[in-house]
Design a binder for this molecule. Sequence first.
Ligand SMILES: Cc1ncc(COP(=O)(O)O)c(C=O)c1O
Length: 406
Amino acid sequence: MSQNIKPVTTIKSAFPIFEANPRLSYLDNAATTQRPRAVIEAVTRFDSFENANIHRGLYDLSSTATKRYEQIRTKVAHFLGTENSNTVAFTKGTTESINIVAQSYLSKKIMPGDNVITTIMEHHANFIPWQVLTQTHHAELRIVPIDPHGNLDMNKLRALIDSKTKLVAINHISNTLGTVNPIEDIIAMAHKKNIPVLIDAAQSISHCALSLDQMEYDFLAFSGHKMFAPFGVGILQVAEKHLGEVLPYNVGGGMIREVTNERTTFRDFPFNLEAGTANISGVIGLGAAIDYIGSLDKTDVSNHIRDLTDYCVATLNTVPEINVVGSPSGRSGIVSFTVTDIHPHDVASFLNQDQIAVRAGTHCTQPLLASLGLGATIRASFSIYNTRDDIDQLKASLIALIKFWS
Ligand SMILES: Cc1ncc(COP(=O)(O)O)c(C=O)c1O
């Protein structure tokens, strides 16, 4: 058990899923995190006793719901280190946030011959939108490679940025390798040439590893369900200087100033992006998740997850049949590995019999796996409620499988 955080038993008891499944080693946190009781109760309370649509009603329930929804926008802004809640748009999640930047911001600016820079270690959500956009606009997608350890090749990135680069889009933490990218350096490098930077923070937002208030990124995308909130809600945060450049994405109710038979005028960001009825319960849950994260010590959370990551790598490296993928200089929360001669799907199915939940496959990073010459990996990923015991059980189960298979 880690010594760094308030006792993990206390943390674990805040998550009802572990009451129902006391033997569960949940090691698929990169796919989605579990929900603490405080989040579940906040959503249930809203749905049971406070439900109303927002921004429209003149009765108490509706105006209270509107107030809470907008208070949570402010809460998200504070969580991200800014006072300006008008920089924060609610979306469905990271994928939608990134697509909005591609379609509603960059597609209006990109010209034939321009380029967008992304990396080989992106989730498809931060790869395909740029591939499609550049192909549609006869522009170029430039893909930064990694070194043999799984670190981003910073020299190559430097060499790829030029006067035709319209955006650098990069994850903070790779969802397959766990590599922590030096985003401060990347932002500085791009900004020297006035190039905006999009950060995909899907994997880092719950690790408390970002000092967001000290970073001058242009676009930030993340999903609620990877930070203890419900599915179907996420954030796109846009730097003040770009607010007027992100145009409507969907059009319809709730985002207009005026509509006539001939034309429509739209509200400003972020309301111009929030057409139709929002995922109000999801936003209520996101607010509760931010409060929950706020009740934890940020440094302890970061240290705990790093401790589990390092322990997992060291533990798996003691088994000769297990091959940990990559050895980046910074790795947080995610460890991919293969087991000699056993397909990752078979490994995951075997672990499932021991109530160990891991992911096996390409993790929505097919270009990365192709570049590594791998068809699939097994991925263990950690959150605050995991302990070293989960990793010991993972190792014991893997050894049993290797014996069984040989
Ligand atoms: C790094 C990264 N980016 C983007 C996504 C997509 O997130 P969502 O499916 O919540 O939109 C994920 C999901 O695993 C991810 O790990």
